[in-house]
Ligand binder design. Sequence first.
Ligand code: PA5
Length: 444
Amino acid sequence: MLTVDISKAAPFLSAPCEDALRPALAQAAKWLQNGGGKGDDFLGWVKLPEAYDRDEFARIEKAAAKIKGDSKALVVIGIGGSYLGARGVVECLCSPNYNLRKKDTPNVYFIGNGLSSAALREVYELVEDVDFSVNVISKSGTTTEPAVAFRFFKALLEKKYGKAGAAKRIYATTDRARGALKGLADAEGYETFVVPDDVGGRYSVLTAVGLLPIAVAGVDIRALMEGAADMMKLCREDGYSNPAWQYAAMRNALYREGKKTELLACFEPSFRFMAEWWKQLYGESEGKEQKGIFPASVDFTADLHSMGQYIQQGERMLMETVVRFEPDDNQMLVPHDDADGDGLNFLAGKTLHEINTQAMDGTLLAHVEGGVPNMIVRAGKRDARTLGELIYFFEYACGLSGYVLGVNPFDQPGVEAYKKNMFALLGKPGYEAMGDELRAKLAK
Ligand code: PA5
């Protein structure tokens, strides 16, 4: 089971934080478990690993099996919370090179997470000549980026399979009753999955939002939910035996001492999109009311050769959280070389994991000595169960942390600002006056 080691962060505090933060954490835990805090209409994720809709889960497994049977590719259309978790899990468990690997599951392409013509065209061309399906995901059902992308892939499917054939290959994950996507899905007869009303986008990876694409990539989604359920039980406990309490307390205490940026690091490159998911989770939950730790991420050891200089000696406003996994099976052994021209025979016979571990420990000591407090999240083997634990741990700690910070961890009012400007500049009906105002500002 996942544990948190804060021993290399605690010395950076001017006073121990456990007792000082206990009342705030106990209050935050009460709000998460029973409601009563800010944003408590978005707590559906707290009990989700136990209380999820079993019938829908069975439909997700059935849909995944059908897609595996009739498609060489699945195009997953979504952005933000409707994208990052699924990509994080697929890349972490199936590899960032998943689409290039020999396998008996479909390629999975993520699109609709931006407005780049080049990115859209590339995926379009990759699936144009193969059998494919689409999972369009939008809780609101009105987000511009995925809606625009969906137009293209819907038209392509209809061209390939006819309207009725296309409808059998489109899966819509959206609100139970509201929004343009729900209306379209009902009108066209797409199979739909629900983003529950009380689960916000960034907390939705364990709903159909994440589960369908993850299952199509061949991940055991039952194990994922079981891992999350195990962690949910642990997180229910009050006190510092709960790893989410430890993490939330330490990062809040460090923030109060001027450590305003948190780097999430991992020595497994496949973790990159899990870190992107984490950045949205913490950034959107805490970054408001002119406060909040800025969440950033680094891939080690690669980024030790680019960001390492700053981490070691730049401005001292950093804290670092390192996710460590137990070693994968099938470790590569460094080969012996008789000539030893590169002088590496001292490593011959060692596994890459052994070397990576020394890199982790060496980095830990260097960064701590350089003034960067370090927290270690020790996770199990990189498998579905472990990722379920990790996802729930980070979600729960985020809810606690946001409440301790004093913000509503479940809204995202700031996300609207760019959307309104974009609509006004694009001439969306109803935004005409604002459009004139913005154009005048741009011309100054
Ligand atoms: O967390 C959020 O609410 C946002 O980042 C959303 O996930 C993102 O904007 C996508 O929204 P939707 O699922 O409604 O298309």
